[in-house]
Design a protein around this ligand. Sequence first.
Ligand code: UDX
Ligand code: ADP
Length: 469
Amino acid sequence: MKICCIGAGYVGGPTMAMIAKQCPEIPVHVVDMNQERIDAWNSDRLPIYEPGLDEIVREARGRNLTFSTQVDQAIAEADMIFISVNTPTKTFGMGAGRAANLEFIEKCARQIARNAKGHKIVVEKSTLPVRTAEAVKRILSSECSGATFDVLSNPEFLAEGTAIEDLLNPDRVLIGGESEAAINALSDVYANWIGRERILTTNLWSSELSKLTANAFLAQRVSSINAISALCEATGADVDEVARAIGTDSRIGPKFLKSSVGFGGSCFQKDILNLVYLCEHFGLDQVAAYWEQVVTMNDHQKTRFSERIVKTMFNTVSNKKLAIWGFAFKKDTNDTRESAAIYICRDLLRERAQLTIYDPKVPEATIRRDLLAACTDMHGHVNADDQALIENNVTVVNDCYEASRDAHAIAVLTEWDEFKEVDFQKIYASMHRPSFLFDGRNLLDHPKLLECGFEIHAIGKSPEQRSNN
Ligand code: UDX
Ligand code: ADP
């Protein structure tokens, strides 16, 4: 058995590294058309940051894990081919802003069809709209090369930042397909380290739909608690207390009830919009509207946060220095896709704030690229005002202290552990008064910060300041 994976991204890279680690007898070849990304996988600086990944790659690379751009050759040699390419939301044409762009999947399928000989098992790893496997099957059989194919759906449930743990010890592995032999072949790979009772098999369409549904349910929980956070701020209730109170009901459970500046990441919004598009396609308009509200609420949470900053700071942040702590969409990743920080920073820039941004893992170039993209319209234009603001009003620095020096306010947008460890006395001493702190993750020790003198505005909580302020 030889495995090949097309797409060396956040999903393909760690997943294949884990398979290679757990199955030393199976050669695993990860290919990507992006030479720079492959070079990084072959270097000491991997292209993605994920705790524990370096060790696994180091162990398996050169033994049975290879990274290259030789897509055609890898396809020809493999018995099992994973498709792990990106499926972003379409930005043009039919279904723009909602449907998944399947261009990369189709190109991949055509490439497999052209290069395959004998029998291949093709595994969909990317999150796809329901019934994509049918299209993949048709494309695969269109080349008439004599090769035969089984198509499986094997959605990935790993979360970034905990990818290695999720891959090592998943709640379940889901395999959807029609051919028992193909399902067994893939189950055998996972059974090298995962108990068979946790390997669920379904038909193809259930598997594809389960992935979208799981992400929609998770995102819905975050939007639900975020909706309640607005009510908490209005009434004096505390969202963390409410979350704890409802989370102890075993029917609700405690996970995914952490109120925040809004969910980000490459999956939640994309998958819900995909679900919405599917529902509309099948004429299920009420169902579509129900799920779309989860995204609407998330957008509202981001806007609400930046508006709260402006209103609290005497209705103007123009030319005030604001320290932004964290830019990634959550801690322990360098990924910024759909990060709430992008939109909050954009809105604050448009209020003419001077932003000093620090994130432990996100490089300056990524921050600037994301802000530009967030200011780009459907025709690819960025207006001159926005461009000037990004150039002149954004500084990216190397630590929290530098970010906060001479600042009027700090906004915590990502829940990095290191933010809890800083010397807040020192930070407070270097800031303007009043020293506002907007905790968008309810991460910090608020009583301690109050003691230092900060005025605290946290998600889902009433504002707090020292009584003698
Ligand atoms: C998600 C799913 O969890 C994973 O199963 C799927 O394979 C891919 O999508 P990921 O996007 O990596 O994973 O991160 P996740 O931990 O789910 O967080 C998504 C967003 O929700 C983050 O911005 C996070 O900060 C936010 N979130 C999560 C909250 O705001 N509150 C919570 O309680 C949980
Ligand atoms: P994900 O989070 O789903 O892993 P990424 O964008 O991180 O998404 O990774 C997807 C990768 O797939 C990218 O590195 C991209 O270059 C690669 N890719 C897309 N289409 C093809 C293709 N036809 N052949 C090879 N690689 C591809």
